[in-house]
Design a protein around this ligand. Sequence first.
Ligand code: PNS
Length: 167
Amino acid sequence: MTRAVCPGSYDPVTLGHLDVIGRAAAVVDELVVAVGDNMSKRAWFTPEERVEMLTAACAEWPGVSVALFGGLLVDFCRSQGASVVVKGLRSGADFDYELAMAQMNRRLSGVDTVYLPTAPEWSFLSSSLVREVAGLGGDVAPFLTPAVAARVRQRAEERILNSQPGQ
Ligand code: PNS
């Protein structure tokens, strides 16, 4: 039985992520979608909110579960009995960034990484661009599930209100 981990910060989960998760779920027996923190990014959603949105978005796939993780990804993989990490690749830039992480993870633990090419229609899409567009009042509904789009709209409004001087 192959158990794989699909890690990310998912802040928020996009249709690009869901494309990769759905395709990964079709080639492994069990897939754990692991929500972690990327220390170089400032999050809009708490880890718990991200897990909640992902759990709803992945509900249609029986072999998929969602969990929070902290610390090293390879330690989480070991705790889950997972031998493989699955990641989506949008571009050569992603590959350059991901290759060193995959090699480090393998050296640390023997856990290997398998890449799935992102569907071309989502190759430009990232959570950070979604946050930027939403934060500036743009429409991000085409890139998200309706439930996630509503959460992002609400968070964008809260952030605008909280940034008003004197409020
Ligand atoms: O969606 P992201 O921001 O690319 O996700 C990055 C994440 C959370 C998967 C990555 O930062 C990670 O694996 N963090 C765990 C810490 C860790 O294991 N670091 C060593 C990597 S070689």
